[in-house]
Design a protein around this ligand. Structure first.
Ligand code: APR
Ligand code: PHB
Length: 391
């Protein structure tokens, strides 16, 4: 089998790339190691920036998104008994949107398959090669048989644990890494949202986040030790810890209900350089990871793909390779700014295991500074609602 762009991974990155290429008449094949059912039901984060939503709508994968997403003009920070709202819409004229990543994945799978873009599920990429030749290849195993896909270029959209990043020679690959001494226990519950916008809570007991998936489903997170087992937490313990961290505030009361999903995610920051090697391009989680506090993971993947799709279009339509050469430079600028924002939000809101009273007071002062002036609020709003997609 031969295609123009061989894509490994049917996450947001691979699926959006296939869609954007199809719209330009460029052929691709997606190889995905998991089943369709698995990727469509894998619970992940769910906040989309304005730019991500606009791109999804423009590329014809935003129909259900437009109907079902929840648009938020503002976001709240809670610390030391105070509530501070940042009104993004008023400050910068942009908003954020709540839509579960797996819903976006479902939509993109359906649109790609309907358009005839091949997605081969349960096809595990084992090896890529020929990157410095005109005909790179992907060896994969499907139905117990070894197969080969040849292509002009390979897009490594295979997430943090994929095989593509490791195909960059070790002497060239640099990984910039930070592992945090905590994780997030995330739950989904049959409970109306505690508040109609997101609440980021600083509390000496640990960080908490109140978000949602719909008017009847809450998504909440608690800072926990990184090795914590979600099964150690009963529903009652989770609700009572969320309640204690939220504290008493006028205007809202914790909304509880049956918890139907819970898991612990470790937190790390990671950037791989380079993002291109010969005829391989890596994008999304394959190239970088952010802690979820800034809600940037899916949005960064989408921003990489915006650039990569333009680069393939310039090459196949105009034989112009200049964007191939600039791909990494364009992406890394935005990635490092998102890395900074995600690290900053994380460090401002989480309690380090060895935090001293000084550290807690300093965090409170920082939250006061940031939420207490238009300048500080604007800084958060611009980064949270997302930097522009640029070439
Ligand atoms: N062969 C085929 N598929 C693979 C292989 C392999 N060897 N290794 C990994 N995959 C698949 C995974 O099963 C997964 O479906 O690649 C896909 C990668 O998708 P994501 O992990 O969702 O990564 P990406 O598309 O970059 O999206 C980034 O996902 O983890 C979140 O916070 C992150 O929201 C961000 C988003
Ligand atoms: C989510 O809705 O899952 C979500 C929202 C904002 C974040 C992280 C996760 O910062």
């Amino acid at each position: 089998m031969h295609t123009q762009v061989g894509i490994i991974g049917a996450g947001p990155a691979g699926l959006l790339l296939a869609r954007l290429l199809h719209l330009q008449g460029i052929s691709s094949v997606i190889l995905e190691s998991r089943s369709r059912d698995y990727v469509e039901n894998r619970v992940r984060a769910g906040l989309l920036e304005q730019g991500s939503v606009d791109l999804m709508i423009e590329s014809g994968v935003g129909e259900r998104l437009q109907r079902e997403c929840m648009a938020h003009d503002g976001v709240e920070f809670i610390f030391e008994g105070k509530r501070r709202r940042i009104n993004m819409q008023e400050l910068i004229g942009r908003r954020v949107y709540i839509y579960g990543q797996q819903e976006a994945v479902k939509d993109m799978i359906a649109v790609n398959l309907a358009a005839g873009v091949p997605i081969i599920f349960e096809a595990e990429g084992k090896e890529i090669g020929g990157l410095d030749t005109a005909k790179p290849f992907i060896r994969y195993v499907a139905n117990g048989r070894e197969e080969t896909l040849t292509c002009d270029y390979i897009a490594g959209c295979d997430g943090f644990h994929g095989i593509c990043r490791d195909a960059i020679p070790t002497e060239l690959l640099r990984g910039h890494d930070r592992v945090y001494p905590f994780g997030w226990l995330g739950i989904l519950a049959e409970a109306a949202p505690t508040h109609h916008e997101l609440l980021y809570v600083h509390n000496p007991r640990g960080f908490a986040l109140f978000t949602m998936r719909s008017n009847s489903v809450s998504r909440c997170y608690l800072q926990v030790p990184p090795e914590e087992d979600a099964d150690n937490w009963s529903d009652d313990q989770i609700w009572s810890e969320l309640d204690r961290r939220l504290g008493q505030h006028e205007g809202f009361k914790l909304s509880t209900g049956r918890i139907f999903q819970k898991s612990v995610t470790p937190m790390r920051s990671y950037v791989a350089e380079p993002m291109r090697h010969e005829r391989l391009f890596i994008a999304g989680d394959a190239a970088h990871i952010v802690p979820p506090t800034g809600a940037k993971g899916m949005n960064l993947a989408i921003a990489d793909i915006y650039v990569l799709a333009k680069a393939f279009t310039a090459f196949y339509k105009r034989n112009d390779t200049s964007l191939f050469d600039r791909y990494e430079q364009i992406c890394l600028k935005r990635i490092w700014r998102a890395q900074h924002f995600s690290w900053w939000m994380t460090s401002m809101l989480h309690i380090m295991p060895d935090a001293s009273p000084f550290d807690l007071k300093r965090q409170i002062a920082e939250l006061e500074t940031v939420t207490g002036s238009v300048a500080g609020q604007t800084l958060v709003a611009e980064n949270y609602a997302g930097l522009p997609f640029e070439l």
